[in-house]
Design a protein around this ligand. Structure first.
Ligand SMILES: Cc1cc2nc3c(=O)[nH]c(=O)nc-3n(C[C@H](O)[C@H](O)[C@H](O)COP(=O)(O)O)c2cc1C
Length: 184
């Protein structure tokens, strides 16, 4: 099973990265043969979609000189994609949204394949904040649009670097989510 982990935070070594590290470790306990690749959008050059439609005559590949085409192709090849994003102004980060917009380039191809998606959203606000509800709903629409399965869509509270790793309940929850996903 090919699993792609995408850190949507521009802070490549923050809480979203830590959450994905926990996931990677736990997945390997259940799927020993899993081929896991992790990438961080903070290290990438991401140019926005301008609906130039070059991709429509270029095999579903964006022609802009950036890293989005490569990431979209990695997503295409993966069986499962797990995306973590911080909340930035009540939404996912601009980096993640830019990548999501590039799904336009492979819309037809993506509609033909199945995929399993997992989402993690991390913000400084407490979990009763409405923002998590809105973000989860948006992320859900996006997977539903391609008829992809959502394995999990969770949110956590953490702010400064290292906060997530200090919270035992959060770590246990992430481990539990992975366990349930891979032992179904
Ligand atoms: C530009 C910016 C906007 C933010 N907006 C929100 C917000 O609207 N709601 C929230 O709960 N946290 C917000 N945060 C806090 C981050 O979501 C939080 O620190 C998160 O843990 C960062 O994840 P990371 O360590 O993976 O980068 C914001 C942080 C930044 C830098």
């Amino acid at each position: 099973m090919k699993i792609l982990l995408i850190n949507g935070s521009p802070r490549s070594d923050g809480n979203c990265n830590d959450a994905l590290d926990i996931i990677e470790k736990e997945v390997l306990k259940h799927e020993k043969e899993a081929i896991i690749t992790k990438l961080s959008l903070g290290d990438k050059v991401l140019l926005g979609c301008s609906q130039c439609d070059d991709c429509k005559t270029n095999g579903g590949n964006c022609t802009k000189d950036d890293d989005t085409c490569d990431i979209i192709n990695k997503i295409y090849m993966a069986d499962m994609v797990i995306i973590s994003s911080p909340v930035y102004w009540w939404n996912v980060t601009g980096q993640l949204k830019t990548l999501i917009d590039k799904f336009y380039s492979k819309e037809d191809e993506f509609n033909e394949i199945t995929k399993i998606i997992g989402y993690l959203t991390i913000g400084s606000a407490d979990q009763d904040d409405d923002q998590y509800h809105f973000i989860k709903k948006q992320l859900q629409y996006f997977a539903d649009g391609f008829d992809w399965d959502i394995a999990f869509n969770r949110s956590y509270t953490a702010d400064a670097k290292g906060d997530l790793l200090k919270n035992k309940d959060v770590i246990e929850d992430i481990i539990g989510v992975v366990k349930r996903t891979f032992t179904k």
